[in-house]
Design a protein. Sequence first.
Length: 187
Amino acid sequence: MLKISIKKVALVALCLSGAASSHANLLLNGGFETGDFSNWTVSGPTLPTVVSDPHTGSFSANFAGSSPSLNSISQSFFANSGWTYDVSLWVKNNGIGDDRLMIQIGGDTPYDSFPIDTPLESWSLVSFLWTSDSTGPDGFFIRGFDPNTFQVDDVRIVAQPVPEPATMAALGLGALALVRRRRAKAS
């Protein structure tokens, strides 16, 4: 008769589970710590600037304009179909005019605030989950509509952990071993 201890099953499950899912930011220079828009594309008639009034670090992106127009920063990242991503950024609403902040990802608009619904003159976390419907490069846009006066910092897109097949197999083997053990004790 084969004896399997719970410790052995747990050890096998740990070995088979593989590496833990990475919590790395899929965007580059999300804190604007290069002091410029490296890795970002900047567009609009009143281009956003990098300023030294950050949430963390030394810099943040500043959207400030006065004419009715669209200003944006954007970056591409690789997404997997069906995966869920945690999107977060810190926003400081400087409160001049009818500020509008819009976030677009892969053709979706999961965040659109007009006027910006964060407290004035303080940093606030904007965070939401987004699920990709395609595999490949997706665009991430932060858009400000003039007149706008707000800042963003610590912009992150992080993939949510997805159980790997080896993890699921190890959990199944562990459950099977526990069932066999209970049956053996009952006999």
